[in-house]
Design a protein around this ligand. Structure first.
Ligand code: ADP
Length: 535
């Protein structure tokens, strides 16, 4: 027997209209270079409707795909609604990828229209002669600053807004309609596309934004540091209107001093980003004795955060860490740590250290190399698999890749343990784990141990082939104070098993980071192969 509820599809246009109706005067602040714009959800929704109606007049609709090559601005946010609300799909290309990979993702998706902004116009001009399908560029610039460009068929975005109808009514779509396309950042190979639908995107934002996740409400102000092109901007584009939280969009600039200013002046309560961002911010706040304003929590995702950083944020500034695990294929987060306020400090830190438990709508399990499911005993490591309402079933136009097991669990490429209470601990990426003498050494755990030394700012551990042990760990470290190799070895010897100790340590001025701010271990391996970085 079917229930008698109304048929109410979960659509992104409903998220926007929810924000416009209930939180119409909550601010969206967009600061891109000289252009500082303050609007609110009512205005944002009207502009998104105008955009949608203009696009429809130009022939865009269900099944059309368009792309964006842009930083986090209010116009880019409008695309998330104006394009998807029509039933069209927005591919958020990542301007931080190497040009060849940007070309690959756009050509592979094969659309005709690309939205760019004032900070990506030069990049687009350099790519344009090689882009096989793009015929039209829509420049998201302020009206009085529409730049001169060599791009063919460059149209002003603000003209589309002016021409549009602010009373446009959104079509009622099937909630399984595709809305957004993100590619993996290629940390471990050629980018692969995850094509999200409205239903999964809405459920992901509802579940990750709620109490045991980001804990969002209309009390919050979020600084949108993660690029909208990375895992749907970690659902931040939807959090604002869904929870009535203020959004501050920082444009291209990402230096610490600037972000700190935005945090303080914008009354930011929650700061999301990869650990590198929060490591630099921590040092900046400590060195300059500048607290981070109203910010009471950071959301750390994308890669393992050093424990020393989590502790220092709490100890020095009372800032708690919400730690999440996710991947492009899981839309944004799938598990998150939640440390109840009543927990004693040490217990709370233990909780923050792990990427937590699955949120409702996501499930996790681990399996051995033959696919047999392994126990949730907190010690047995296995290949992490995930399933749920916002996990990918397959890759965009890559049917040859088997994304899931036969019973529908997605392969993640991570090695993890799960404890009896369903708490996840990532051991490593399968490709980064160091296989030494038939045993595994976690590069992430070794990096974390190194970063516990106060003189170490950042560390990267990679495997080097070894004639007897198959692989051995080599540690590259960035020091912030004087330290010798022997001192660091002695520090590590206190924290990890003896056979984990790196065969050599090399101090470097900086380590390479990939297009989403994560350590680029592939680059480190290439440098080693090329003899540029010798242990
Ligand atoms: P890429 O694989 O190209 O980096 P993603 O951004 O989709 O692209 O990365 C997903 C991967 O990031 C996960 O499979 C995992 O290896 C890593 N990751 C994400 N969150 C965490 C975390 N909290 N701890 C450790 N690793 C993480």
């Amino acid at each position: 027997m079917l229930g008698l509820n109304q048929d109410y599809p979960l659509l992104l246009s409903s998220v926007l209209e929810h924000g416009a109706a209930g939180f119409g005067d909550v601010a969206v602040v967009s600061v891109n270079r000289e252009e500082h714009v303050r609007l609110d959800y009512a205005t944002l929704a009207a502009r998104a409707r105008r955009l949608a109606s203009s696009l429809r007049r130009l022939g865009f609709g269900p099944d059309t795909m368009v792309g964006s090559l842009a930083w986090n601005t209010h116009r880019h946010l409008e695309l998330f609604y104006g394009v998807t609300g029509l039933g069209a799909v927005l591919h958020t290309a990542n301007p931080r990828l190497p040009p060849a990979q940007i070309l690959y993702t756009i050509d592979f998706s094969g659309y005709r229209t690309l939205f760019i902004d004032t900070d990506t116009i030069e990049l687009a001009e350099s790519l344009a002669p090689r882009l096989r399908t793009v015929e039209q560029y829509i420049v998201m610039a302020p009206r009085d600053a529409m730049p001169a460009t060599s791009l063919p068929n460059a149209v002003s975005y603000e003209d589309l807004i002016d021409m549009g109808d602010p009373a446009f009514s959104w079509p009622v779509l099937d909630e399984r309609t595709a809305c957004l396309l993100c590619f993996t950042s290629g940390t471990t190979g050629a980018p692969k596309g995850a094509l999200y639908n409205h239903r999964g995107t809405v459920l992901n934002a509802m579940s990750t934004g709620a109490g045991n996740g980001w804990g969002l409400s209309a009390d919050d102000a979020i600084l949108a540091i993660p690029g909208f092109f990375h895992c749907n901007g970690w659902a931040i584009p939807f959090f604002g209107p869904m929870y009535g939280a203020k959004l501050v969009l920082p444009g291209r600039r990402a230096d610490t001093e600037w972000l700190h200013r935005l945090i303080v002046e914008g009354g930011i309560t929650v700061g999301p980003g990869v650990p590198t961002i929060w490591l630099s911010m921590l040092e900046y706040c400590q060195e300059n004795r500048l607290p981070p304003g109203r910010m009471n929590r950071i959301f750390s995702g994308g890669t393992a955060p050093p424990m020393a950083m989590i502790e220092a944020w709490l100890r020095d500034f009372g800032v708690r860490t919400i730690h999440g695990w996710g991947m492009t294929e899981t839309t944004s987060g799938a598990t998150m740590s939640f440390a109840p306020r009543a927990l004693p400090e040490q217990a709370a830190l233990t909780v923050m250290r792990s990427p937590g438990k699955p949120l409702f709508g996501a499930e996790i399990r681990i399996a051995d190399d033959n696919g047999a499911v392994l126990p949730r005993d907190g010690t047995t490591p296995g290949n992490l698999q995930v399933r749920g309402a916002w996990s990918a079933a397959s890759y965009f136009r890559r049917p040859e890749i088997q994304a899931t097991t036969e019973d529908g669990w997605m392969h993640t490429g991570d090695v993890a343990t799960i404890d009896p209470g369903n708490t996840l601990r990532i051991v490593d990426r399968a490709k980064d784990v160091i296989k030494s003498g038939g045993e595994w050494i976690s590069s992430q755990a070794l990096e974390d141990a190194a970063c516990r030394h106060p003189a170490i700012a950042e560390a990267a551990v990679v495997a080097i082939p070894h004639p007897k042990w198959q692989e051995r760990p080599f540690l590259f470290a960035v020091a912030r104070a004087a330290i010798t190799e022997a001192e660091l070895q002695a520090h590590l010897a206190d924290l990890v098993p003896k056979w984990w100790l790196p065969d050599a340590i090399r101090f470097v001025d900086s380590l390479p980071h990939g297009p989403t701010g994560k350590l680029a271990k592939n680059t480190i391996r290439e440098w080693i192969d090329q003899g540029k970085l010798t242990p």
